[in-house]
Design a binder for this molecule. Structure first.
Ligand code: MSP
Length: 538
């Protein structure tokens, strides 16, 4: 029985990772997609009251990065330093990514440990020297199987192409060190069988199962034709294959072979998030490496689909890369974060389109959600001088709202926190927003306000309290997705003095009715989501 990540050790953090990205170029929308997903998952679990460790970083070795640096006329280290400091870290900050650590594979804390890990495998007889010749894609940094290649056309006629990058593969012939991956096929299959949730979604699991069932080849884990990598400890003529180097970041960053206490407090990851292009590395090679070294396996490998532009995987090499800042400068950071997870079911491919983003922004964020928040604040201002009244006349209509909230919280928590299905979770939250809008339209507080009788005042107070208390819960539930606008709403409801900072609010408490105290100071601030024509630069 192999230990797995989720909940096996008490006191262990919930450990979430993104892929570490190649720094051959600046980040684009596809990279931001997985990173935002990791951030939302992290923030959700933090709001569940769990200790969470969220890791991201950069993958800096290998031919892909080396060739880019050469073409720019700088050393690979200089190239990486520049891009990490000027492009990658600033973008994650801009997108409000709350990672606990950022690992770079050129850091000594990583390279030393990688050498130790690989030496250990060598000492255990898991590595041997052999030869290999085959088609290699530098874009993927991977040997391809002849059967998966595409026939080139046009300028590539007569050449064979990588199915992902659509560029010619190179035939590499090398004497390398090999990891005995072939011996792990049965053990991996047994693990998948015993842990049906190990690979998510189902389509990804099926792909891996059928791949491994065909049997595995041993894996070439060193390169000798270039030197931009971690030297193999027992043979300086070789550097460690960039993928083995990269996968180990998940262990080295939390203290593998360095600090047992921090290692035990996080490792293994509960959720590795990654795009489906790198599924096999994570679902096959990574667990096999861990098994070979007697380390516990991660809880879950969750693959996202591709963001498509013009029907193709969006990428710089296809000239379809979109910079996240192009989007945030127009729609804001919150809308950007929300849209990626709202528009596409996590795990499936989906097209990015400006038209769709603009339409959803207007109808769901500005109209349904933003308008609700500003109308409620305006009415509390107008009818109760900005002091939240008490609800003393609850009836069936209010009970329906209370029930709707309880349903939304349960559904969102299950979908986002347990199933990593962001879209379904968001739909549950926005369904509740719709319900509150419907409640206000039916109760017509502006009409009730025309009557000065004590009964009518009590009714009006109840309607506005119900709406404001609903928004209190919405701010908590949307905070992981849209931190800045949720904070604005929290402030506009005057929630902080009584309830404390928004980030400290628990998901479990979001559905407890009546937390926002009567007497809170409600203020109508600027619109949460300004109309697009009012946005700067529109
Ligand atoms: N360096 C490796 C990962 C090593 S992890 C131990 C790598 N880097 S990458 O820069 O190519 O990033 C790949 C990841 O970026 C994908 O797995 C995915 O998470 C994200 N995406 C890049 N383009 C994407 C799309 N067009 N759509 C969705 N995700 C995309 O592979």
């Amino acid at each position: 029985m192999v230990a797995t990540g989720s909940g096996t050790k008490s006191g262990k953090a919930f450990y979430v990772t993104t892929p570490i990205y190649y720094v051959n170029d600046a980040p684009h929308l596809g990279h931001a997609y997985t990173t935002v997903a990791g951030d939302v998952l992290t923030r959700w679990h933090r709001q569940r009251g769990e200790r969470v460790w969220f890791l991201t970083g950069t993958d800096e070795h290998g031919q892909k990065v080396l060739r880019t640096a050469e073409s720019k006329g700088v050393s690979p280290q200089e190239w990486c330093d520049k891009l990490v400091e000027e492009a990658w870290k600033p973008l994650w900050q801009h997108l409000e990514i709350a990672n606990d650590d950022f690992i770079r594979t050129t850091e000594k804390r990583h390279t030393d440990r990688v050498r130790e890990f690989v030496q250990d495998l060598y000492d255990k007889g898991e590595i041997y020297k052999g030869g290999y010749e085959g088609p290699y894609c530098v874009g993927c940094e991977e040997y391809k199987l002849p059967g998966e290649l595409l026939e080139g056309t046009g300028e590539n006629a007569g050449k064979q192409l990588c199915p992902i990058h659509k560029r010619p593969v190179e035939i590499l012939k090398e004497e390398n060190y090999f990891f005995r991956l072939s011996e792990y096929a049965d053990k991996l299959l047994a693990h998948y069988e015993a842990n049906p949730g190990f690979i998510q979604p189902e389509s990804a699991r099926n792909e891996v199962l059928s791949f491994v069932r065909q049997g595995l080849q041993d894996l070439s884990i060193s390169r000798s034709t270039f030197d931009w990598g971690v030297p193999v400890p027992w043979d300086d003529d070789h550097v460690i294959y960039v993928w083995v180097d990269a996968l180990l970041n998940y262990a080295t960053a939390v203290g593998y072979n360095q600090n047992q206490e921090t290692f035990d407090a996080s490792f293994p990851a509960d959720v590795h998030l990654l795009g489906k292009d790198i599924l096999r590395f994570h679902a096959v090679i990574w667990p096999a490496l861990l098994m070979a070294n007697g380390l516990p396996l991660p809880g879950r490998i969750v693959a996202n689909g591709w963001l498509l532009v013009g029907g193709e995987k969006m990428s710089k090499s296809n000239l379809t890369g979109i910079s996240p800042r192009q989007i945030t400068s127009h729609f804001g950071v919150d809308a950007f974060r929300w849209y990626l997870l709202r528009a596409i079911a996590y795990g499936q491919d989906g097209s990015f389109s400006w038209e769709d983003l603009a339409a959803r922004y207007t109808s769901e964020l500005a109209n349904d959600y933003g308008n609700l928040a500003s109308r409620v604040a305006a009415m509390v201002g107008k009818y109760f001088d900005g002091v939240l009244p008490d609800a003393s006349a609850d009836g069936d209509a209010e009970q329906a709202v209370h029930d709707g909230l309880a349903r939304a919280v349960a559904e969102a928590d299950r979908k986002i926190g347990d199933d990593v299905e962001f879209q379904a979770g968001l739909l549950a939250i926005f369904e509740f927003i719709k319900q509150v809008n419907g409640y206000i339209s039916e109760q017509e507080p502006w009409k009730v306000a025309k009557d000065d009788s004590p009964e009518a005042r009590a009714r009006l107070a109840t309607i506005l309290y119900t709406a404001a208390e609903s928004l209190r819960a919405v701010a908590v539930l949307l905070h992981p997705f849209m931190p800045a606008s949720s904070q604005k709403l929290w402030e506009s409801l005057g929630a902080e003095p009584a309830l404390g900072p928004l980030a400290d609010q628990r998901v479990q408490e979001a559905g407890q009715w009546g937390r926002l105290p009567a007497g809170s100071t409600v203020t109508k601030g600027a619109a949460l989501f300004p109309r697009l024509e009012e946005q700067p630069g529109a």
